[in-house]
Write a protein that binds this ligand. Structure first.
Ligand code: F3S
Length: 276
């Protein structure tokens, strides 16, 4: 039986980069969870002595602090630097960009609007860079409540749907003299979905690996199942049922955005062993 991974699966570029940075900085600690996967955080702690700190004020001079992929608030970053902490920035470059735009546009006199979730760490961070403040909106009714000047700059949270973002831009453009719309959406999540769609149409058994409560993994499973009825969502190799592979020729594999490569590899090894 042929076993093949989808063209895009699992961790996105930003998360892979952050994990590499953590592995290269033994004895450092991340400020807030580096990523949303407890098994991976435990592995970094066990194998690389990379701990987890929830309160940035507890870092002491000379200690190493890793800034998580979603970034942190500007004042907290400045305070870490000021207190002599060695700051290692693992903020995803796709998150750093909107931070820079927020600052630049705010300083240039634009009203900055951020389309996203106000409570999300990424948005708290991006907002903090707008020197003169920013408004966070989730839909057009939110935008309607704002008192905006003639010049407006629009930024989106990296994981937002482009169609929803365009609806807000379309609302703003005829109502203001100048609207600067920045495409800050990251395609990583959608790339995994497109890739699973493609491979599931060819495979006669599909394995989707990821947390049972991971919404992006469930979405991948649903897309897979639409194209291949012999699709299975598992968390790790212990949940495999080898009867799924009997008489099958092509096994496709995908994984959610928070599934580490080593779990995926364990699953592949177990399947290979069972069919040989
Ligand atoms: Fe990942 Fe960075 Fe995009 S963390 S989802 S590549 S914004």
């Amino acid at each position: 039986m042929k076993i093949q991974l989808a063209e895009n699966y699992g961790f996105c570029f930003g998360v892979k980069r952050a994990i590499k940075i953590a592995e290269e900085n033994i004895n450092a600690a991340t400020y807030g969870p580096l990523i949303h996967n407890s098994k991976e955080i435990a592995r970094l702690d066990k194998d690389f002595k990379v701990g987890l700190v929830e309160d940035f004020t507890t870092f002491k001079s000379g200690e190493k602090a890793i800034v998580r992929t979603h970034g942190i608030v500007k004042d907290e970053l400045a305070s870490l630097h000021a207190s002599g902490v060695e700051v290692i920035d693992a903020t995803c470059p796709y998150v750093t960009k909107p931070q820079e735009i927020a600052q630049e546009m705010s300083e240039a006199g634009y009203d900055v609007i951020i389309f996203g979730d106000e409570k999300h760490p990424e948005i708290k961070g991006v907002k903090s860079y707008a020197t003169h403040g920013a408004e966070v909106v989730t839909d057009i009714p939110d935008v309607k409540k704002l008192k905006l000047k003639e010049r407006v700059a629009l930024i989106a949270q990296t994981t937002r749907k482009v169609e929803d973002y365009m609806a807000i831009a379309t609302y703003l453009i005829p109502r203001h003299k100048e609207v600067r719309v920045f495409n800050t959406i990251c395609n990583a999540t959608f790339e995994n979905q497109e890739a699973v769609n493609k491979i599931a149409t060819q495979a006669d058994v599909m394995i989707i690996i990821g947390g049972k409560n991971s919404s992006n993994t469930k979405e991948l499973y649903s897309i897979s199942h639409d194209n291949c009825s012999n699709s299975h969502h598992i968390e790790d190799e212990t949940e495999l049922d080898f009867s799924w592979f009997e008489g099958r020729e092509f096994c496709g594999i995908s994984a959610g955005a928070s599934t580490p490569d080593w779990i995926i590899q364990n699953v592949i090894n177990a399947i290979q062993k069972s069919v040989n």
